[in-house]
Ligand binder design. Structure first.
Ligand SMILES: [Zn+2]
Length: 496
């Protein structure tokens, strides 16, 4: 589908929409989720919890969003978390220098380029200001993307909104390792908001200034990168690997390690879990790839990096940064805080700094791509039907209950059924507005997998019509059997 269809649907049904939209001076790059969008977003996070965190015995924390400057001095963000920007001297428009050059020259600009080299490229390609066509640019400079916050009445404690959720995981590692009686490899996870002062927020949820991350940081002993307990479960599983300068190939985890495409079993194991997670979300395998990043594309803290990308109508979108951060973070925080962060494993004589492999996923990006891939339009006779062919576990409601008419007690029975389903733990939408056709259409376009209609038959034999969204197949079910039937569908114990 086109991204326009998705944005139209999102705005029409208040799935997501611009923040503070009634004010004309609200900055772009901030988004709200309405009731339907928030339900989907919450379920997308819960899915990650159930299918990744619980199955891998990762521990989840919830850290503060504002952290002191020392944290970001140690992490390298004060020094390195910059975008190069350039300003038009004539109309004062600001641009990301590398983007501007790439858009007007098609030349690929590496992330690690210096400002002097950017100035030279702007001259060489005679880059024009997209707004006023002037070629007169001020020299490029680095712009730090963190958002500063002053704390306290005098404002003298300099803090920042976190640009990634993982820093509190690094800060908390020592405490959690000791108090939770953990052992390596240890995965600590967090889902929450991060903030980046993007110069040019765009593509709605794909590049926003406030965005959700669900991150896992796996702490491990670098000497044991090739002794993974559950290796047998993934050894023959094939990853869609796209090595530098090569096409995507399906390579088994065992081969990827043997041929040194990946640095060890631990990396292969968790990349497999990532790809499997998105298969379960409902992304088809051919639309996924793990793309190796070149030296000049990698974040400043990563020594090995694979972007998990999914192809949607916006092209290939990065959903997860999989980075081998080695001992960069713990070493940095130990040095800055002057507190030792080391562990000793059983039978080991010497304490060491654990290495870190991270799986840093975007929540809003994941949701955007799932919606984009799920959006279907089809001709049904003279009518066109639009629906979200969404994983039922991400749908905002699992079922909808409609009374055919609002009379003769049918409406009352529908309300009672909705109540009962809800008490049985099945998310249900009760909708009695407009025609029955419109109600189906409204439920279909937000991806509700099952709709139940109560009609005049119901009064005679206490049965209702159960309809599946994507196939539009229907069957008649006794009302008393509906809770169990839906529960079985929800838990995968039966198929429609
Ligand atoms: Zn200009």
């Amino acid at each position: 589908m086109g991204s326009e269809d998705l944005v139209n649907l999102a705005l029409r049904r208040s799935i997501f929409y611009p923040s503070a939209e009634i004010y004309s001076n609200s900055p772009s790059g901030f988004w709200e989720f309405g009731p339907i969008g928030e339900a989907m977003r919450r379920k997308a996070i819960d899915f990650w919890r159930r299918e990744l965190l619980q199955k891998e015995s990762f521990l989840e924390i919830f850290g503060a969003q504002i952290l002191p400057e020392s944290v970001f001095r140690a992490s390298g963000h004060l020094e390195n978390f910059n975008d190069p920007i350039v300003q038009c001297r004539k109309c004062a428009s600001l641009y990301r220098a590398d983007k501007l050059i790439m858009d007007s020259s098609k030349e690929l600009v590496p992330e690690s380029i210096s400002t002097a080299e950017l100035d030279a490229l702007i001259k060489k390609h005679e880059v024009k200001c997209p707004k006023c066509k002037s070629k007169d640019f001020a020299t490029a400079r680095k712009f730090n993307m963190m958002m500063p916050v002053s704390i306290g009445a005098t404002g003298d404690v300099q803090c920042y909104l976190r640009p990634e959720t993982c820093q509190s995981i690094f800060l908390d590692f020592d405490r959690i390792f000791k108090t939770c009686r953990a052992k390596l490899p240890l995965g600590i996870a967090q889902a929450g908001a991060s903030f980046r002062n993007e110069i040019a927020p765009r593509n709605t949820l794909l590049r926003a200034r406030e965005f959700g991350q669900m991150e896992v940081e796996i702490f491990f002993n670098p000497k044991k990168i090739n002794s993974i307990e559950r290796w047998g479960e993934v050894a023959e599983y094939k990853l869609n690997l796209m090595q530098l300068g090569k096409d995507v190939r399906a390579v088994s985890c065992a081969d990827a390690v043997a041929k040194k495409i990946l640095s060890g079993q631990l990396v292969a194991y968790y990349l497999a879990r990532v790809q499997q997670l998105y298969e379960k979300y409902g992304v088809p395998l051919p639309k996924m790839r793990l793309r190796e990043l070149a030296d000049n594309e990698r974040a400043f803290y990563a020594k090995e990096a694979w972007d998990f990308e999914v192809e949607c109508s916006e092209g290939w979108v990065e959903l997860i940064a999989c980075n081998n951060r080695a001992d960069y973070d713990l070493k940095g925080h130990a040095k800055e805080s002057k507190k030792e962060i080391k562990v000793k494993e059983e039978g080991d004589s010497e304490a060491f700094i654990p290495h870190i492999f991270e799986l840093s996923a975007g929540i809003d990006r994941t949701l955007y791509v799932l919606l984009d891939l799920a959006y279907k339009k089809e001709k049904r006779g003279p009518e066109e039907r639009a629906y979200l062919d969404l994983n039922p576990k991400i749908a905002p409601y699992f079922s909808a209950v409609f009374p055919l008419v609002n009379k003769e007690g049918i409406d009352e029975r529908a309300k009672a059924l909705a109540n009962e389903l809800s008490q049985c733990g099945i998310d249900v939408l009760h909708d009695d507005r407009g025609s029955i056709g419109k109600r189906y259409a409204r439920a279909d376009e937000i991806g509700i997998p099952y709709a139940i209609t109560l009609d005049f038959e119901t009064l005679k034999d206490a049965s209702a019509t159960l309809r599946e969204r994507s196939s539009m197949k229907q069957r008649r079910v006794k009302i008393a059997e509906l809770p169990e039937a839906l529960w079985k569908l929800q838990t995968g114990k039966s198929e429609f």
